[in-house]
Design a protein around this ligand. Structure first.
Ligand code: A2H
Length: 256
């Protein structure tokens, strides 16, 4: 566990249509969705890659809170994350982190979402079993072009939809090219997963190596090949994309 504080960008991913399972659960819990905007908040270190989001991951093993975040906005995060936010002036009442309702991640899987900047207009919530409960918000946005974890998880979901209790057509199989690097081309994660012969989301050690290599190469030698800052170095464009997302109300800075 890191000792230094980690700064994340919290990406607000709007749920545009809950699954029937989630909607029924909310009804049973007397949580009325009328007039409410509900966002899954994903913690990311790579805001400049948000063009390439292909789904949003939650863990079927985690119970998430649905928290009032402003007049008509609700956030879905772990209790732990919202508690941190409640002490960083990111919530309506300082120190209040009582969820309106608590819901298991499995009930959210299949919900339709809209993710800021994503090239694909409509995405789905999908399961990721390797999400850690004690990091970030417990919600991970999927960028398979640049994250080896996201790439291999997507592949596994696509190959074993029955096992994961999802529909195959919920999975966007092809990563969107976002960053070019001299070493790994336009789809850094795919290249590294192949090079390190990673076969499963459970190949923890190789994935850690791939993640490290992808992150360094992307940050120091990557160039954006999409969006407003196309042609700029990642190092330069990253804070600009982040600021744009914050200015448009689609993201906020969250520390832990
Ligand atoms: B990153 P660090 Cl494109 N469990 O965002 C597992 N992984 C988590 C998590 C959790 N609870 N919370 C956040 N993460 C992921 C984008 C991305 C990320 C790209 C490339 C690399 C990358 C899209 N997914 O991370 O342990 C999130 O995925 C590789 C370091 O705090 C977040 O950023 O260093 C990153 O891990 C935070 O990891």
């Amino acid at each position: 566990e890191a000792v230094l504080p980690q700064e994340y960008t919290g990406i607000k991913i709007e749920v545009t249509e809950f699954t029937d399972a989630a909607a029924d659960f909310f009804k049973k819990e007397n949580f009325d969705l009328t007039g409410k905007k509900v966002f899954l908040v994903a913690a990311t270190l790579r805001p400049e890659t948000m063009y390439g989001q292909t789904c949003c991951f939650v863990s079927p093993k985690i119970n998430y809170g649905v928290f009032k975040a402003s007049d008509n906005e609700y956030y879905i995060t772990t209790v732990r994350a919202f508690k941190n936010m409640a002490y960083q002036d990111l919530t309506p009442v300082r120190g209040d982190y009582t969820p309106s309702v608590t819901i298991n991640g499995s009930l959210l899987v299949g919900s339709k979402i809209h993710a800021p900047l994503a090239v694909h207009e409509s995405l789905r919530v999908l399961p990721m079993e390797t999400i850690l409960e004690n990091k970030g918000t417990g919600v991970v946005t999927c960028v398979p072009s640049d994250s080896p974890d996201d790439y291999i998880t997507t592949k596994d979901l696509f190959n074993k939809p029955e096992y994961y209790k999802i529909q195959k057509d919920w999975v966007i199989e092809e990563p969107v090219a976002i960053v070019n690097t001299p070493k790994y081309g336009d789809k850094c994660a795919e290249a590294l997963v192949k090079e390190l012969k990673i076969n499963s989301p459970k190949d923890t050690n190789q994935l850690a190596t791939a993640k490290e290599l992808a992150y360094k190469e992307g940050f120091y030698n990557g160039t954006l090949i999409i969006g407003k800052y196309k042609g700029e170095k990642v190092e330069v464009a990253k804070p600009k994309v982040k600021q744009d997302l914050i200015a448009s109300g689609d993201a906020f800075v969250y520390n832990e």
